[in-house]
Design a protein around this ligand. Sequence first.
Ligand code: ADP
Ligand code: MG
Length: 441
Amino acid sequence: MSSFTTLNLPKSILENLEKLGYTNTTKIQEVSLPYILQGKDLIGQGKTGSGKTAAFGIGILLDLDLENTKTNSLVLCPTRELADQVAQELRKLARFEKNIKILTLCGGSPMKPQISSLSHGAHILVGTVGRVLDHFSKDTLDLSELKNVVLDEADKMLDMGFYEDILKILNKTSKKRQTLLFSATFEEKTKKLAEEILNNPMTVKVDTTHHKDVIKEIFYKSESKEELLIDSLKFHRPKSSIVFVNTKAKSYEVIDLLDEYGFDSILLNGDLEQYKRDEVMIQFSNHSFPILVATDVAARGLDIKNLDLVINYEYPFKEENYTHRIGRTARAGEEGVAISLFHNKEKILDETKLESCDFQLKDKTPITSDLETMCINGGKKAKVRKGDILGTLIKDLKLPNDSIKKIDITDRYSYVALKKSEKLDLQTIKIKGKKFKVWFL
Ligand code: ADP
Ligand code: MG
């Protein structure tokens, strides 16, 4: 692992990286950044959690022409969640310079405000393929001066059938652009796309996440997977854990099972509407629910922090999904455990990971949360800010300081993780003199 200082980056960027706690480059950053900074096209292959965002992020941020408010860089992502995450990471990385405008263009939000933001200009656009194409067809997007394009999680975009759409977008951009393609896997389709859109690319590949060694992989097998799930949760007692299943049908079974045993768990699968998925992720990341039951499609690529346990209730069909799943734990240097459950009749792929499931439980209680999420019907658009919410809750409603654990504010809503013991019985709340509806999720 090498330090960012060997890369000859401007001092302001280095200082910001240090503030973010990024002192050493991750492997993919170490091997790709020299080429990216030289302006070369690049294919970067690295597992989830290897730090790909900062690899291309630093590259495009340093290439910006701030005077030019026409779009300099376009980052295409497979899903809205990923686009939001990439934009968030880019905004952190961009803090070394005040005037960098980063805009997300995703479906699920109305076009009009996006069009208006676009008309004011943005240096970097992060978006999903579908929505970016929508803007094209409406002529509300000008990519004529694009200097670089990033395809993030290209394999996933192709799985979703965006091959032609990606080409449609790229055909309208300058041939002189720098194109960076990142992908966890590199199958035929991805290769074909790379050949079409990249110009003499360098290829870098890293097998490891920079913290692979801190994921402990354990396999358990027994006569009953249901029991195994319940007992392994009671044994490991995670603060925050994802239980992965292979199908939506199984996700309903598992959530019912956990429910029956008294665990506080919440479901994330492709049946949920977008707003519901967002809410689920907020409730999980603010610790109102210690356990998330998820399918791969729904959870792919999400950067969920501080997971101490990942459980494969079902071993994934594809080996690459195994990597994706266990990569959710121990991200960026934290320690994590990844458990896979097998039925006695199932074939075990790697006997060396097998451990005894004779648990001798010290604590037999289910895992629950003492928090719940209050939703306020007003967010950034209504100019609601954390400090104002805290003001109302602490000063007006006399809640103790430590009963408020986390506040998330989205465009239209604010979410507060509150101690359940506070039993607030409210229909409305006044924030800075303005009345808002509230409810508990
Ligand atoms: P990928 O896109 O490869 O899955 P991300 O870009 O989402 O990975 O990064 C994974 C996590 O690692 C993020 O939380 C990010 O903030 C963190 N990270 C990235 N680069 C570094 C670094 N050099 N040092 C420490 N943490 C890093
Ligand atoms: Mg990524």
